[in-house]
Write a protein that binds this ligand. Structure first.
Ligand SMILES: [Zn+2]
Length: 98
């Protein structure tokens, strides 16, 4: 929102001039030319950071959340553990046989 420096009236975009935006006072007709780049920065600051923050938070929580182990995965892990134990046991038995 822009206000007229002369009368304090509300200034509204009245058109473009040389790639710039012309704001005109609704009360006294005073005109002010604003760089269109400036105007873009203005709108970006107002809207984007909030959205970006939400996306980042979502990504972080998704990365942190590990999928729970399925029963098959547990079973497989137990099987592997049993194989190692059996190998160790066999080695020990073979060692004491002599
Ligand atoms: Zn004015």
């Amino acid at each position: 929102m822009k206000f007229c420096p002369h009368c304090g009236g509300l200034m509204v975009p009245a058109g473009h001039r040389d790639g710039k935006i012309v704001f005109r006072c609704t009360r006294c007709g005073y005109e002010e030319v604003i760089e269109s780049g400036e105007e873009k920065d203005y709108t970006i600051v107002g809207t984007t950071p909030k959205e970006e923050r939400t996306i980042t938070t979502l990504r972080v929580s998704e990365a942190k959340r590990k999928p729970p182990k399925t029963l098959e995965e547990w079973e497989q892990e137990r099987e592997e553990y049993r194989e190692i134990l059996q190998e160790l046991l066999q080695e020990e038995l073979e060692g004491t046989e002599e």
